[in-house]
Design a protein around this ligand. Sequence first.
Ligand SMILES: [Zn+2]
Length: 126
Amino acid sequence: MPDGYVLDKPFSLSCPECGGVLREEHRAGIRQFRCHIGHVLSAETTLVAQFAHLEKKLAGAMALLNERAELCQRMAEDARNRKDGTSEFEAAAREALARAEIIKKLLESEWVQPLGEVRTQPAAGR
Ligand SMILES: [Zn+2]
């Protein structure tokens, strides 16, 4: 793991369709983006697709943390049955669930949507 993450200015934006690098173009005074395999998106389309991609990535991280918690709980149970120590597995399970809750709150929170509502996440079961 790195000592610390940085938030430098991105060198480029990624194509929400394929993940390729986007090149910015201006056509008739309108900003648009084109990737190296030909996807062409307006800034507005890119913004909406980028947000949908962000929600999907956050949901994926939340699901993975939930799975980590489940696996750690099962491994704690195995250790308990063997009469080994379980505290590290249980601590890791609690940590994963707590971090999943942080992401859940991020997903459920209101985001500034300059183009209007674009949420793609399910409305029920949150
Ligand atoms: Zn593309």
